[in-house]
Write a protein that binds this ligand. Structure first.
Ligand code: ZN
Length: 182
């Protein structure tokens, strides 16, 4: 089975293509379902529990069809690649991380910790998912949201609820959810 992707063979053009194509849309959809896709040893790992609606939309099947691109997109985000939207929201460009090794270290230490505290609102300039186990420093909540398009940063659902003006994605970082699905 050729299911492992050698990340050393992935070109920056592959990353740009993955981040601007259907794979990125699937990652946003995963966020919407409250699950996370990370890459370990060249393989995509899904954590979290998919809601029933994901079955109706054949999410896993569509994920499988884009497996390589999804893996590359998820790996790129973890490495600090960013999508930067134009002011009018009509276009976006892909920014490579300035210092990949720093991002790599930051990500791995974040995953090891697993029980971080975050302020009720922070600017999400890197498009990173909220690590599992993260709780709000103010209310200890673990439900976060941000704009589905042109995200302006993660906010605690309880401390800073969305206004309803734009579509949002929500993610739960409750550890119980994640371990139940593992
Ligand atoms: Zn809060």
């Amino acid at each position: 089975m050729a299911d492992r992707i050698d990340m050393d063979d992935v070109l920056n053009d592959d990353r740009r293509a993955a981040l601007t194509g259907p794979a990125m849309a699937l990652l946003i959809e995963a966020d919407h379902y409250g699950v996370q896709i990370r890459v370990e040893d060249g393989r995509p790992i899904l954590s979290g529990k998919l809601p029933p609606e994901a079955g109706e939309t054949h999410f896993l099947q569509r994920l499988g069809e884009c497996r390589r691109a999804v893996t590359i997109a998820a790996d790129s985000l973890a490495l600090g690649w960013k999508l930067e939207w134009s002011a009018d929201g009509a276009s976006c460009r892909v920014l490579a991380p300035a210092r990949p090794s720093d991002y790599r270290n930051e990500i791995s230490s974040g995953q090891r910790g697993g029980s971080g505290r975050r302020p009720a609102s922070w600017v999400d300039t890197e498009g990173k998912p909220v690590p599992a186990g993260t709780t709000c420093r103010s209310c200890r909540g673990h439900l976060w949201w941000r704009e589905a398009v042109r995200p302006q940063g993660w906010r605690c659902r309880a401390c800073h609820p969305p206004t309803g003006a734009v579509p949002v994605m929500e993610v739960s970082t409750a550890e119980a959810d994640l371990s139940a699905a593992a």
